[in-house]
Design a binder for this molecule. Sequence first.
Ligand SMILES: CSC[C@H]1O[C@H](OP(=O)(O)O)[C@H](O)[C@@H]1O
Ligand SMILES: Nc1ncnc2[nH]cnc12
Length: 290
Amino acid sequence: MTEAQIGIIGGSGLYKMDALKDVEEVKVDTPFGSPSDAIILGTLDGIRVAFLARHGRNHTLLPSELPFRANIYAMKQLGVEYLISASAVGSLKEEAKPLDMVVPDQFIDRTKNRVSTFFGEGIVAHIAFGDPVCHNLAGVLADAIACLNLPDVTLHRGGTYVCMEGPAFSTKAESNLYRSWGATVIGMTNLPEAKLAREAEIAYATLALVTDYDCWHPDHDSVTVEMVVNNLQRNAVNAQKVIQETVRRLSDNPPPSVAHSALKYAILTPLDKVSTATKEKLGLLLKKYI
Ligand SMILES: CSC[C@H]1O[C@H](OP(=O)(O)O)[C@H](O)[C@@H]1O
Ligand SMILES: Nc1ncnc2[nH]cnc12
């Protein structure tokens, strides 16, 4: 069932897409449980997309409580091949200022409590993850930002997103440690999503919306939720314009992605040695290879 080739996951502050038309709300069930909320199917400029509010539309789920596997599997069930993640982030670099947009190309995993694989239960796979973001999708996203020429917004192409566990924000020592590693931004959600999307052979890229300077900056107050929300409200409109332009470009010219064949050489277990139950559970991911 292909309902939408393009999926959007909206993070803190982006709970819906105002420009969506012909909207239909679908409750999707997956072998990994229910997603964070109903998925909103609709059209943007006539192009079908699937939208999911990552923390639920009323922001009821902590980063550590997110049903990452169900969210990505649900997108796969709907036929999604390109997934755009919009996320609030703190900046770890002077030059990435609040309201700027970053399209990261690397992640550092500082999570402690996340399930970020579909595999196990008798089937072993190791995806390549050296380049965790789809280079071509990230390029379309960055080009869309650049062409919009949004006032007061600087685009940063590439950069490293540190994914921390949360929910408390970082200590100054942690924030400075990540700065010493050369990281660009920090958030709490994107790494498990990127891993699972790769396992599901979905191209994934992040639109990171800078809301604060975390807690390292001597001239700025340490991050608070109020700061994040105020800045997100200011650029949620811009974020939606970027997503709309990205969707238009993707639909005109869907790029190839290494993600689309990520499992080709990743599965170690001979499929005839995998139990029927596991094969059925992962059917959507495995069917190309059986
Ligand atoms: C509300 S501040 C912390 C919260 O915001 C980010 O969420 P998302 O990535 O879904 O936009 C960050 O990762 C934290 O979950
Ligand atoms: N400073 C920060 N740390 C972690 N997640 C964030 N989301 C937005 N700002 C953040």
